[in-house]
Design a protein around this ligand. Structure first.
Ligand code: FPP
Length: 231
C-alpha cells in the first residue's frame, strides 16, 4: 500500500464508541476509554506504514464537560498516564506532539504534563500526533474571529485559518469516525471544508491496523475535486 500516492497525509479521528464497547462487556466506561488508548497506540505505531504524516485524535470536546465528574476526571487521568508512560518512547521515535483546544481550563497537573510533552517533542520531525483536548470547533472559530477583531483587520478565509488552533497544520485530508455515528460533532468544522469523511461501525477500542487499512483503501478510490470539475 505504501507505493499508492493517493494516501491522506493528515488523518483526523473522532474516537467514538468507548462507552458502548465497555457497556457491552459489562465493564465501566473508563475501562472503555482505557482500551481507547490502546487503539491510539496501535494507530500511531502503524501510521508510518501508510505514509501518514499527521494524526489528529479528538480526545475531549468542549461539550464533554457535561459528563459525570468521575468520567471527566477519569479521562483526564487516562491522558495524564498515557503521557507519563509513553512520552519517552514517542520522543525516541521522533514523534512531535501538538494540541488543539483550551488546555488552560484543564486541571493544572494535566496542563503541566501536556506542556512538558509539547516542549520535549517540539523539535521532532517525524509523525505529528495532534491531540484535540477541550476542543470545540465553534469555540475555535469564535476565538479566531475575536483575535482578528482585536487586531482591527478585514477578515479573509486565510486570516481565520491563521488564527485557528491548527494554524500550523494542513487541513485534514481524511476524517474517520468510529461507532456508526455519522456527524462531525463540533470537530474541525472550518478545516473539514474539503476533507473526505469515513464512517465505520467499529467501536474505537476495537479499531486497529486492518480497519485503518480498509479506510485508507476507501480513501484511495476517491477523487478529490475541491469544488472543481470531474476529470
Ligand atoms: C467517545 O466515546 C470518546 C471520548 C469522549 C473520549 C475519548 C478519550 C480517550 C480515548 C482517552 C484519550 C486519551 C489520550 C491519550 C488522548 P464515548 O464515550 O462517547 O462512547 P459512547 O458513545 O459509546 O458512549
Amino acid at each position: 500500500m505504501k507505493s499508492n500516492k493517493n494516501f491522506p497525509s493528515h488523518v483526523a479521528i473522532i474516537m467514538d464508541g468507548n462507552g458502548r464497547w465497555a457497556t457491552r462487556r459489562k465493564m465501566s466506561r473508563l475501562a472503555g476509554h482505557r482500551q481507547g488508548v490502546e487503539a491510539i497506540k496501535r494507530i500511531i505505531a502503524c501510521a508510518g506504514d501508510f505514509d501518514i504524516k499527521i494524526l489528529t485524535f479528538f480526545a475531549f470536546s468542549t461539550e464533554n464537560w457535561k459528563r459525570d465528574k468521575a468520567e471527566v476526571d477519569g479521562i483526564f487521568d487516562i491522558v495524564r498516564s498515557y503521557l507519563d508512560g509513553s512520552l519517552e518512547e514517542l520522543d525516541k521515535n521522533n514523534v512531535k506532539i501538538t494540541v488543539m483546544g483550551d488546555i488552560t481550563r484543564l486541571p493544572q497537573d494535566l496542563c503541566r504534563h501536556i506542556n512538558l510533552a509539547l516542549a520535549k517533542t517540539q523539535n521532532n520531525t517525524g509523525l505529528i500526533v495532534n491531540l484535540a483536548i477541550n476542543y470545540g470547533a465553534r469555540d475555535e472559530i469564535v476565538r479566531a474571529v475575536n483575535m482578528l477583531i482585536d487586531e482591527g483587520e478585514q477578515i479573509s478565509a486565510d486570516d481565520i485559518s491563521a488564527k485557528l488552533y491548527s494554524k500550523d497544520l494542513p487541513d485534514p485530508d481524511f476524517i474517520i469516525r468510529t461507532s456508526g455515528e455519522k456527524r462531525l460533532s463540533n470537530f474541525m468544522l472550518y478545516q473539514a471544508a474539503y476533507s473526505e469523511l469515513y464512517f465505520t461501525k467499529v467501536f474505537w477500542p476495537s479499531f486497529g491496523k486492518r480497519h485503518l487499512k480498509r479506510a485508507l483503501k476507501n480513501y484511495s478510490r476517491r477523487e478529490r475535486r475541491y469544488g472543481g470539475n470531474h476529470k
